[in-house]
Design a protein around this ligand. Structure first.
Ligand SMILES: [Zn+2]
Length: 152
C-alpha cells in the first residue's frame, strides 16, 4: 500500500501534494485551516477526498507510529519508526526544526509553549527507546544522512 504522511501544512512540506494520488494522513487540526503559504501565493488547498485526519497518536502500520506534536503548527505530526533491523528513528519534522530550537524557545512556532511540550515528549521517547531524532531543517545533520535511493 502506498500512502503519504504529511507532517504539517507549511508549503515547503506539501508543495508536491498535487502530484500524489495516494491517501494522505495529516493531523486533523491542520485540515481545519488552509495550507500555510508565505507571501500572497496560494496555488492549491487540501486535496479533496485524499486526506485522512489524524487525531492524537496513531499506529499506522507495523513499525510506524504517528505522534501528535502540536506547536510548530496546530496539527503537526512526527513519526516513530522501528526499522526491520530494530533501529528506531523519530522523524521530528518541524516539531524540532533545528537542534538549537529548544534552547531558542521555539520562536518560529505558532504556539511556542506547545512546541516545547512536544519537544520534551519526543526527547523522552528517544531516551526511552534509543531512537535517533531526525530534525526537520538541521543543516549539520542533513549532510550526514543518506540520500535516496540509498536507504537509511
Ligand atoms: Zn514548518
Amino acid at each position: 500500500m502506498t500512502l503519504c504522511v504529511l507532517s504539517h501544512g507549511h508549503i515547503d512540506h506539501m508543495g508536491g501534494l498535487p502530484a500524489l494520488s495516494c491517501p494522505i494522513w495529516v493531523g486533523a487540526a491542520e485540515l481545519a485551516a488552509p495550507p500555510i503559504y508565505w507571501g500572497k501565493g496560494a496555488p492549491f488547498g487540501w486535496p479533496a477526498g485524499q486526506c485522512h485526519p489524524v487525531q492524537g497518536d496513531m499506529g499506522l502500520c507495523e513499525g510506524l507510529r504517528l505522534i501528535a506534536t502540536p506547536g510548530h503548527t496546530p496539527g503537526h505530526l512526527s513519526a516513530h519508526l522501528t526499522l526491520p533491523d530494530g533501529r528506531q528513528v523519530i522523524l521530528a519534522a518541524d516539531a524540532i526544526n533545528r537542534i538549537s530550537e529548544p534552547d531558542e524557545g521555539f520562536g518560529d512556532a505558532m504556539d511556542p509553549v506547545a512546541a516545547m511540550d512536544s519537544f520534551r515528549r519526543l526527547d523522552r521517547l528517544a531516551a526511552a527507546t534509543g531512537a535517533v531524532i531526525l530534525y526537520g531543517h538541521e543543516p549539520s545533520q542533513w549532510s550526514g544522512l543518506p540520500k535516496a535511493p540509498q536507504p537509511y
